[in-house]
Design a protein around this ligand. Structure first.
Ligand code: FAD
Length: 514
């Protein structure tokens, strides 16, 4: 909270960031003539990383729709388009310009989710001669005090401790003080590959024409990655459509969500996943309503939706999503530089094109380019797994994930990428690296059947590269991982393995060819 007192009379300028499209925020409870809301499409935001074209379109489309909805409710809105001749180029420059233009006597903003934006706005406010204040975004289910209650005095930041606290604190899936269903976790029932006979529903896609917006981005030379059919844009534009997507999930996908949440297949790009991360991350939906609506669906149809499905889902939102935010704010800005393994290899060019013979990677990358979406296990156990085994610099891995996904905002992207996926934080998020050989991918997917590489071979031209890279990773990082008692078994296996030299040579050849 900044406070540079001046006359409270006059206009207040309130900034709405592109990921703050929450109709439920208390700001909008009353319509006031002395409050002007500012929304801006800023070049600083389109350019700080190369984004997927669908991500830029999705944000601007939703921002424009939100501005129009507020306007129709009677709020005073200034909306600055990217191609506006008076566009100031950055969020802070835009704020300063409009404070001056309006002669505003007060500036207010909602707590940004990203460290970079928060820092810039704080600095700007420090330099203002008018009163300014930062209010809560009213979006999250945890805050610093909850984080402290769970972790003060503890050496480790284990998600499970946080999740159980959140369940009790919010009384979600609790009966008295016990977890509903008698267990906190139903992972054993939830880790299945998907049989051919299971029918996977089509993802619900909207059908918007955003060709004008796409032409504007083209005209403004915004550099993007990925593909789009701008005349059939699939992502929700507002809260109403996000609610529709949520209901679609509850009805058609939740009954199998938990069971197949770790499954991978050539048959579908989203399986039984909700695709609600974009709607939640830009705050068109509140995580509380997403959780409660799913619980309602489970309660009204317990025959088709088992406790393991609903628990698996609640864990992702009440647990992982909030936990990642806590990690981000506890460890930033240092977190952005962590590189425990000193990995320094360049990200292969084919991460940007999808042109690789490794079928699982080709599927995950191509669908990311086509849909700006991959589900969690693709991100973690296919692309992330490969990047870690291959020793790619975490900055490059972060940049790729931050650009390519519809839902990628740094507060949630970075702890997932640098922490959970790359173990670059040395074990703050995970107790051991999420790596696997081809055996895991083969057991969880149908990818290997359509691949030119053999998942069972470690050596030879047709050996799956995941196998030799897997052992190369453990071998080269023994000084860091050797003492980790969750990994001891792997080193015992490696020590007894025949052909060690040949396996390492096979991996070296693959890496040298990258
Ligand atoms: P579902 O599988 O339907 O899950 C429901 C919701 O749970 C999601 O919408 C999401 O809000 C939440 N959730 C699930 N897992 C996580 C998690 N690990 N962390 C935080 N929230 C979670 N998620 C993002 O929102 N933005 C990112 O930029 C992002 N980057 C990631 C990068 C890597 C390397 C990895 C491994 C994961 C990343 N995730 C990210 C987490 C997760 O993969 C996505 O939230 C999820 O795939 C989004 O698809 P969905 O909405 O269909 O999720």
């Amino acid at each position: 909270m900044h406070s540079n007192p001046q006359s409270p009379d006059g206009l207040t300028l309130r900034l709405i960031l592109g990921d703050q499209l929450s109709q439920y925020h208390s700001w909008y409870h009353e319509v006031r003539g002395d409050i002007v809301y500012l929304m801006a499409e800023a070049r600083s935001e389109t350019d700080y990383v190369k984004h997927h074209i669908q991500k830029v379109l999705g944000f601007f489309h939703a921002m424009r729709t939100f501005a129009e909805e507020l306007r129709q409710k009677g709020h005073r809105i200034i909306y600055v388009q990217l191609d506006d001749p008076h566009n100031q180029g950055s969020i802070t420059a835009e704020c300063l310009y409009h404070i001056e233009q309006l002669k505003a006597s007060k500036f207010e903003y909602q707590e940004p989710d990203e460290w970079r934006v928060k820092d810039e706005l704080q600095h700007m406010c420090d330099s203002l001669s008018i009163q300014s204040s930062c209010v809560s975004s009213e979006h999250f289910l945890s805050d610093h005090s909850i984080w402290s209650k769970v972790f003060t005095g503890r050496k480790t930041r284990i998600m499970e401790n946080f999740y159980r606290f959140m369940r009790k604190h919010h009384g979600i899936l609790m009966q008295d003080s016990e977890p509903v269903g008698g267990a906190w976790n139903f992972d054993k029932e939830n880790r299945k590959s998907i049989p051919k006979t299971v029918v996977i529903p089509e993802p619900l896609c909207f059908d918007h024409d955003v060709t004008e917006l796409a032409s504007m981005l083209d005209f403004m030379k915004v550099h993007t990655i990925g593909n789009v059919d701008a005349s059939h844009f699939p992502w929700p534009k507002n809260r109403e459509e996000s609610l529709e997507l949520m209901q679609y999930f509850n009805q058609h996908l939740l009954p199998h969500f938990g069971t197949y949440q770790d499954a991978l297949t050539d048959r579908s790009w989203s399986l039984f996943h909700s695709r609600l991360s974009f709607s939640m991350n830009v705050k068109m939906l509140h995580p509380r309503e997403v959780i409660h609506s799913a619980i309602e669906a489970w309660k009204s149809d317990p025959e088709h939706i088992s406790i393991s499905q609903i628990e698996g889902y609640v864990r992702q939102i009440l647990g992982w999503r909030e936990y990642m935010r806590g990690i981000y704010w506890e460890y930033m800005p240092e977190y952005a530089k962590l590189n425990t393994f000193n990995h320094d290899r360049q990200l292969p060019e084919w991460f940007w094109t999808g042109k690789t013979d490794m079928h699982c990677l080709s599927i995950a990358i191509n669908q990311s380019l086509d849909h700006a979406y991959a589900h969690h296990i693709q991100r973690l156990m296919i692309t992330g797994n490969y990047a870690l085994l291959a020793g790619i610099h975490p900055d490059q891995v972060d940049e790729w994930y931050l650009g390519i996904y519809m839902d990628a905002i740094e507060w949630v992207e970075m702890p997932n990428t640098r922490g959970m996926s790359q173990f670059a934080d040395g074990g703050i998020v995970g107790t051991k690296p999420y790596v696997s050989s081809a055996a895991y991918i083969n057991s969880m997917s149908d990818h290997c059947k359509n691949c030119k590489f053999d998942p069972k071979k470690k050596i030879g031209e047709d050996a799956c590269p995941f196998n030799s890279l897997y052992w190369h990773f453990y071998h080269r990082n023994r000084n860091i991982l050797g003492g980790n008692n969750r990994i001891g078994m792997m080193y015992a296996v490696w020590d007894k393995m025949e052909n060690k030299e040949a396996i390492l040579k096979q991996a070296e050849e693959h890496l040298n060819a990258l």
